[in-house]
Design a protein around this ligand. Structure first.
Ligand SMILES: NC(=O)c1ccc[n+]([C@@H]2O[C@H](COP(=O)([O-])OP(=O)(O)OC[C@H]3O[C@@H](n4cnc5c(N)ncnc54)[C@H](O)[C@@H]3O)[C@@H](O)[C@H]2O)c1
Length: 392
């Protein structure tokens, strides 16, 4: 399928690097409103750059727009692409308000087009292992989930030195203004909603804990940098999701069932280890003495995401960025393109993306919503999680 990219900054490199994993996707052109970014991207990747969004959208024969702009531009760019008759794969969130996200999903439906959003983390081999274990009831009936999205002490680091391979700087000001939750909640929200269906009720708390992130932005220009969301799914399962950028890095997931505990070490790594432990969180290892030693060690330290019976994660030769985001970013649009080609509704299409966007917005701006909050969006879920690697 022929595709075009709008927004050629830091994350666009992740897509360019991983497009090689999906030869069925052919990039016909790109556009960035910043001439410096456009020139850098076009030069580095040898991509034909359009002079305007209209010029890009007028290119003949392509079907899908990858909207990789900053969140504040997602709505306008996706709307323009839909108006031009193109399917859309947007970086997260779909839009900066629930109303705008609803408008996009409605517009796509009216035009018979698909709109889907990142993240692609659910499409990885580690998520597939977790999905399979839940489907086989390895942990019995799932009751409770802890999901952590702590992206390390970002603003204490030398983030001004971070650049993508083509030289795009990490957009610190925008990241801090948009907020760690809106940037990251979608990663595990996607897994949880794919596994357990729509959320019926959420109680969220969010705060801005650090007023100075070294960018000279006034505090009021900075978004909340910490949030906790307690989610109750329609299926009755309960989950707690934490997002932040000041605590030590932790992107683990713990699925707690009646008969065991499933732990994933890193939700941003397609090859992350996945462990299975007994209902009390112990590891009945063989030889048993090893389990006993580890259990004693664990008493003093929170080793919870490292020990247990290791479940097989399908190996992959897919190219992934050599950063902390070890994911095949282009697998998201590839999965969408595969659905479009097969003329079947995409598992992570408009309704799903809207639900994830609404939950992320409520978590990011918890103080703006009455709690407990009942989401107005929902999506069809037959109690069975879609296979994580449908597109591969
Ligand atoms: N930075 C990361 O590590 C990272 C990782 C995963 C996902 N993301 C997501 O990717 C998206 C982009 O983030 P980024 O880090 O690449 O930001 P960035 O600022 O580096 O790049 C965004 C680019 O989009 C361009 N742009 C903005 N509005 C535009 C418009 N209306 N028309 C054309 N071009 C426009 C900007 O000029 C800029 O070059 C965000 O949604 C972010 O959440 C970022």
């Amino acid at each position: 399928m022929k595709i075009a990219i709008v927004g050629c900054g830091f994350v666009a490199d992740y897509y360019m690097l991983t497009l090689a994993n999906h030869p069925e996707l052919e990039l016909v052109g790109a556009y960035d409103r910043d001439p410096v970014a456009a020139a850098r991207f076009g030069r580095h990747f040898g991509v034909a750059m359009a002079d305007s969004l209209d010029a890009l959208l007028a290119l003949p024969g392509f079907e899908l727009v990858l909207n990789l702009t900053n969140p504040g531009s997602h709505f306008a760019v996706s709307k323009a692409a839909l108006d031009a008759g193109r399917h859309v794969y947007s970086e997260k969130p779909l839009a900066m308000s629930v109303e705008d996200a609803e408008t996009l999903v409605r517009l796509a439906a009216d035009k018979g087009l698909e709109i889907a959003a990142a993240p692609c983390s659910y499409l990885g081999e580690a998520a597939e292992t977790v999905r399979g274990a839940i489907e086989r009831s390895d942990v019995g009936a799932v009751k409770l989930v802890y999901a952590e999205m702590e992206d390390s002490m970002v603003f204490h680091e030398n983030y001004r030195s971070w650049t993508s391979p083509s030289g795009a700087p990490w957009p610190a000001e925008d990241e801090f203004a948009v907020g760690a939750t809106l940037e990251h909640a979608g990663y595990f929200l996607t897994w949880l909603c794919a596994f357990f269906g729509p959320v019926e009720e959420v109680t969220a708390f969010a705060a801005r804990c650090f007023d100075d992130k070294g960018t000279k932005q006034p505090p009021q220009a900075l978004a909340n940098d910490f949030s906790v969301s307690c989610l109750r799914f329609r299926s009755g399962i309960v989950a707690r999701l934490t997002c932040g950028l000041a605590a030590p890095r932790d992107r683990s997931l713990h699925v707690i069932g009646t008969d065991g505990v499933l732990s994933l070490t890193d939700g941003w790594d397609y090859q992350s280890p996945v462990y299975l432990r007994e209902p009390d969180g112990a590891w009945g290892s063989s030889p048993a003495i090893l389990g006993k030693v580890l259990r004693r060690l664990e008493r003093g330290r929170p080793f919870r995401q490292w020990f247990g019976r290791r479940l097989p994660v399908k190996p992959s030769t897919a190219k992934v960025p050599g950063t902390s985001s070890r994911m095949d970013f282009a697998r998201g649009p590839a999965a969408l393109a595969a659905s479009i080609k097969a003329k079947r509704a995409h598992d992570f299409g408009g309704d799903f993306a809207l639900h994830i966007t609404e939950l992320a917005l409520v978590a990011q701006h918890a103080e703006r919503y009455p709690m407990p909050y009942r989401p107005r969006s929902t999506f069809a879920h037959d109690g069975k999680a879609p296979k994580a690697q449908a597109a591969v």
